[in-house]
Design a protein around this ligand. Sequence first.
Ligand SMILES: NC(=O)C1=CN([C@@H]2O[C@H](COP(=O)(O)OP(=O)(O)OC[C@H]3O[C@@H](n4cnc5c(N)ncnc54)[C@H](OP(=O)(O)O)[C@@H]3O)[C@@H](O)[C@H]2O)C=CC1
Ligand SMILES: O=C1OC[C@@H](O)[C@H](O)[C@H]1O
Length: 359
Amino acid sequence: MSSSSLPSLRWGLVGTGQISSWFVADLALVRPNAKAKHIIAAIGSSSKEKGEAFVKRWIPQLSPGPKVYAGYDAVYHASDVDIVYIGTPHGFHKQHCLYAIEAGKHVLCEKAFALNAREAKEVFAAAQKKGVFVMEAMWTRFFPLVHQLHRVVHEEKAIGDVHRVFADLSLDQNIASLDADSRLKNPALGAGTLLDICIYSITWGLLMLDADIATEAERPDIKAVQTLSGPIDVASTVLLFYPSTGRHAICTSTAMCKHSGEIDVFARIEGTLGYITVEGVSASCPTAFTVYDKAGGSARRFTVPKPGFGLYWEADAVAQDIAAGRMESAVMPRVETVRVLEMLDEARRQGGAQFPIDD
Ligand SMILES: NC(=O)C1=CN([C@@H]2O[C@H](COP(=O)(O)OP(=O)(O)OC[C@H]3O[C@@H](n4cnc5c(N)ncnc54)[C@H](OP(=O)(O)O)[C@@H]3O)[C@@H](O)[C@H]2O)C=CC1
Ligand SMILES: O=C1OC[C@@H](O)[C@H](O)[C@H]1O
């Protein structure tokens, strides 16, 4: 497909923190296999200076560069923006989504999509009413490597029936040393490992234990424990238990140890005929998997080249959906976002972590 026939999307970003920096860098990356054309039209930041420094650092090559605004309002209302990317802390997602939707924009909002399932349903109801596309930016689900692994497990059935999954994302975040208003420490911003990193471990459990997602999938029972520091969790272990067969996933996160920063095995998927290990710098960003055959066949290793950060796969998918007139993604549909948030709600109910909006 020539680049002129690719779907094209004009992005406005709100928030210029870590993930937004990776996201713009990936949107601007020149890729031979790009499935869409991305235009970075607008950046909204708490200050114009911060927004300008962000552009200079991450996308200096763009000419013309995006318009930079102090605050987010101008991005929601910019006539040259089709879709708003929300890269702010969890506690703001609901409100920022609602502002963008009210202005008639499509939305790609970072994970965790909201603080709880109730907030997510509110946003989706608004999107439904306005007729705009909205998706949670659960980028890992869009990696071609993850699609390949899904096929190997569920279609090829390379390891037979899957009976157990271990998945972990742990970081040494030294929470005690952070400012009280850090998004990793402030409960009003949705702090805690459950929404920040355990969500990936749970995603691996869900993807590997069931070929289906959303309403098609079997609903696992949840058992959870959390280590608390005040109202927030600094470690969570969530067990997904599938009553039909007894298969289960042990999904873990901690902010208190690890991460080597090197490529490491973060998930192990066990089946009746063998097992699979999945590697990456973290569970958010897989780089390879290896299939081990119990009968003694040679191990098979799969990898997919990943220039940049790997956020362009979700961006391309969003552009294709919108160009085709779809209001939600089949890879990360709205009901799947709600399903996962309901699991996180239940994990917090059992584990004890709380957000002020729970009251
Ligand atoms: N860090 C990562 O590796 C990944 C993060 N995510 C998700 O992306 C979202 C943002 O995370 P991340 O980029 O790490 O966060 P950062 O703290 O690095 O950035 C968040 C940005 O949000 C804006 N913001 C607005 N209000 C506040 C506030 N009160 N406190 C702090 N920031 C505020 C700021 O931008 P400004 O000043 O420009 O307005 C800030 O830079 C989260 O939902 C996270 O789960 C997803 C994937 C990976
Ligand atoms: O999504 C994420 O993945 C990687 C972590 O470093 C980060 O805190 C989290 O938001």
